[in-house]
Design a protein around this ligand. Structure first.
Ligand code: FNR
Length: 182
């Protein structure tokens, strides 16, 4: 038994705070949860003409989603929405029509930004998309993080000030997955 969770980072930046957050979440996971980050940076731009013959990277992503019992989206906010790279990945795995890999997978949404309202609008837009994709998405607690000194400690774990907050969020997400996966 055990649960595999696919973690999708909505930023391709080398030193991405959101990737650091994704790495730190993995350290906080319960023993029966395995977190695997799913690559989205090598996907082509979505083009509906390719639905009949998708690129190998698209096939890989869909296979990884299908093998996951849940998905966590750890996303940056770009211009008050989700980054295009994340939307591109979501669109790819939603197609062809009727063959979406997302349907029914329990989702969690979290993110960090340099702004004070830390990805709240990106997360709200993402929730709209996930609702359409029929992904039951954890509603509470919400987690909006601001990138500031000490958010991560020297080992890449969540720093002392935010650790309990993030741990609570993750425990709620794990309970959400247990409830939706039988
Ligand atoms: C940003 N940033 C940003 N921040 C925010 O809180 N709200 C926003 O709407 C935006 N918009 C935005 C657009 C674009 C094109 C860029 C490049 C950046 C700043 C953003 O929070 C910051 O770059 C983070 O470091 C991005 O996350 P990663 O890449 O560190 O994970």
């Amino acid at each position: 038994s055990g649960f595999q969770i696919g973690v999708i980072v909505g930023s391709l930046r080398r030193d991405s705070f959101n990737r650091q957050l994704a790495n730190a979440l993995g350290k906080l996971a319960s023993r029966d949860f395995t977190f695997k980050q799913l690559e989205i940076g090598d996907l082509p731009l979505y083009n509906q003409d390719d639905d009949a013959d998708p690129a190998p990277q698209v096939h890989r992503l869909k296979t990884e989603i299908q093998a996951s019992q849940g998905l966590i989206f750890v996303t940056a906010e770009y211009n008050r929405s989700i980054p295009g790279v994340l939307k591109n990945a979501i669109d790819h795995a939603s197609r062809p029509y009727g063959k979406s890999a997302w349907a029914g997978k329990p989702a969690g949404v979290i993110g960090v930004s340099v702004g004070a309202i830390g990805t709240s609008l990106a997360q709200q837009h993402l929730r709209n998309i996930l609702a359409y994709l029929d992904m039951p998405t954890l509603g509470q607690p919400e987690a909006f993080l601001q990138a500031k000194e000490g958010l991560f400690d020297k080992d890449g774990a969540i720093g002392a000030d935010s650790r309990e907050f993030v741990q609570k969020w993750l425990s709620a997400y794990e309970a959400w997955v247990r409830r939706h996966v039988s």
